[in-house]
Design a protein around this ligand. Structure first.
Ligand code: MN
Length: 423
């Protein structure tokens, strides 16, 4: 399938007509509204809705809103209906109404370089999981020992913690290095100050579109139906703060200062051809966690690092989402089975995605093995952890034949820690 928007047909374009990811943009001083990305353009859905060209079937307009939540709440039939309407308007040989109306095109199709992206949905709550086996093994090997790297529950439960929705931000938002308590090796007492071991975590985020009821379990298949789509997610992490605070209740301040997501939510419909199965189980899972079919996706992922003065970024890791041990529907089913209500706009972080090879690790903690083996960037600079002024970018796509279902970028620059107060 090709589009009459020529840039959408480039083989390495992230947003071909097969993708149609949803986001929220503003442009020309106007208010935020819902959009899809197509080629090098954002397509303003509020303009199309006002023109009567798309209709989510709600009886009211949903795309002039500043978040996707209202559209997501309408459910699977509405998601599919709008996708079909958009596909028809944008594909070669479809409905020519938009293609042939230059005034409408000028109002609805805005160059991506001229739009501001906003957080695409109101994040209800944010849960972060720990579903990457290689990551859990690496971290367990560093902090405990390789013989007992995986905690005893790991092969039975998708482990997670309840994170902060308040500091989930859209790509491009700058993040301050956090202040906190740390206990460096060889010291008897903790110190207070700016984090010294600042890290990123390469993850995918699953966006919950439909709720369950409190106290009402869902099957893995039902959980899959509740998911609207996926984004790239960087779970920024303060390793030294984390190491001192994490026992016994898990990460707290070390993960609360910022979580970045990519601006475009790629729908399950676009990812459907790339479904793949989770790896063979080492321990038989309880029935409520068993998958009725492939629930992961084959998505190639990359991390880029660019120091402040560097002219270009260095690729520091290449991996794939299909390396995960648990899928997002399994995580969602596990959340709900205990009685937890999941809401429209809930965000589930996959856990750090590390492949089996060193060049495939999804965090600096692993790539530099706790800071002991610094990376050398293309500029000749070395990095054990993130320095002030560094920009970290995640990117990813599912590779089709002749096209890519892309996620765009999830980027963030680290600013110095805030000035300390006169405590
Ligand atoms: Mn994480």
């Amino acid at each position: 399938m090709r589009s009459w928007i020529e840039s959408a047909n480039d083989a390495d374009c992230h947003f071909p007509v097969q993708n149609l990811p949803f986001g929220v943009i503003s442009h020309s001083g106007g208010p935020p509204r819902c959009a899809v990305a197509i080629g090098d353009r954002a397509l303003d859905l509020a303009v199309l809705e006002d023109a009567g060209l798309i209709n989510a079937g709600a009886g009211e307009r949903v795309f002039g809103q500043s978040v996707l939540n209202h559209f997501m709440e309408l459910g699977k039939n509405a998601w599919e209906q709008v996708r079909l309407q958009l596909s028809d308007l944008l594909a070669d040989g479809g409905n020519d109404v938009l293609k042939d109306d230059s005034d409408l095109r000028a109002r609805a199709l805005i160059p991506l370089g001229q739009v501001q992206s906003h957080l695409p949905f109101r994040v209800a709550e944010y849960t972060d999981f720990y579903a990457g086996r290689q990551h859990a093994f690496n971290v367990g090997s560093m902090f405990r020992d390789p013989e007992n790297a995986l905690p005893p529950n790991w092969l039975h439960i998708p482990i997670g913690y309840n994170g902060r929705a308040s500091t989930v931000v859209v790509s491009g938002t700058e993040i301050h290095r956090p202040l906190g308590q740390m206990k460096p090796h060889g010291t008897d007492e903790p110190v207070f100050g700016a984090c010294r071991r600042l890290d990123l975590e390469l993850e995918m985020g699953a966006v919950v579109g439909l709720p369950n009821q409190m106290g009402e379990p869902v099957t893995v298949r039902e959980a899959d139906d509740m998911i609207f789509g996926y984004v790239l997610l960087n779970d920024w992490s303060a390793r030294d703060i984390q190491a001192w605070e994490y026992q016994p209740l898990g990460p707290f301040q070390a993960k609360a200062f910022g979580t970045s997501i990519s601006p475009w939510v790629v729908t399950k419909a676009a990812l459907e051809p790339f479904r793949t199965s989770t790896p063979e189980r080492e321990k038989v899972l309880h029935p409520y966690l068993r998958e009725p079919g492939p629930m992961l996706y084959d998505i190639e992922l990359e991390i880029l690092m660019q120091p402040e003065a560097a002219g270009r970024a260095t690729s520091i890791s290449r991996t794939n989402y299909k390396n995960m041990y648990y899928s997002a529907p399994q995580q969602l089913a596990h959340h709900a089975v205990g009685g937890c209500r999941m809401n429209t706009g809930d965000l589930l972080g996959s856990g750090t995605i590390s492949g089996p090879e060193k060049a495939q690790y999804g965090s600096l903690l692993e790539l530099t093995w706790g800071g002991k083996e610094p990376l050398t960037l293309d500029t000749g600079e070395t990095r054990s952890f993130i320095e002030d002024g560094d920009t970290l970018t995640l990117t990813g796509w599912a590779q089709g034949s002749g096209h890519r279902i892309g996620f765009g970028e999830c980027s963030g620059k680290i600013l110095p820690a805030p000035a300390e107060k006169n405590w």
